[in-house]
Write a protein that binds this ligand. Sequence first.
Ligand code: PGA
Length: 249
Amino acid sequence: MRSKIVAGNWKMNKNLNETKALLEELSGKLPKTEAEVIVAPTFVNLADTARTLESSEIKVAAQNMHFAKSGAYTGEISADMLLNINVDTVIIGHSERRAYFGETDDLLAKKVKAALENNMRVIFCFGEELEERKAGNHFKVVESQLKNGLFDLPADAWQHIVLAYEPVWAIGTGETASPEQAQEMHAFIRKTITEAYNTSIADEVSILYGGSVKPSNANEIFSKPDVDGGLIGGAALKADDFVAIIEAI
Ligand code: PGA
């Protein structure tokens, strides 16, 4: 069901002590909100975070997972391991996974399938690179990422999918897509889903924007009709900034 979401992707930041400190500050400052608030700390601190937030409004997500049930995949984490520590939401397809760890559309489609088979919720990330936007190919790129990653799914799987449009040129660069650019792409995403499935799936899916969202621009971005929230990187590492972004929604 479509809802407002603010998710913090902590990436490879915060050791255990820092994680505990940030969670405590965040819990103390969390504003009353109808939006769902999610944090995604690094794997090594995930179990501790899930325990700490057990009775909190704040939910926990993993930043990645492997598609296999178990086995000889050194360094990897399975859906079962996540569920076993009460983490049932996973970010899949982040542009840093695509760019630095060679994750292809095919691999991501397998991960999405595995997560859904395990009744997990997926925050699926995608977005074009700068050259692709400059060349005017951004719609094509996004369409093909959606098609390759998600369009083999049965219609009923979509209730467990959250989309995060993250133009790569706006991630960690301080450069944000304008609210108009975000709205334009989010509307295009809904149109593409309508064509592949139907209007009700397109209308019901939550689409987050990600890429240099900060307290100073969150309000304007979130005010756009097809933007249902944000996936926040850098600004999620400071409680005050993250709280201000939650307040903006
Ligand atoms: P950023 O990262 O907010 O630091 O640009 C967003 C993301 O990578 O999800």
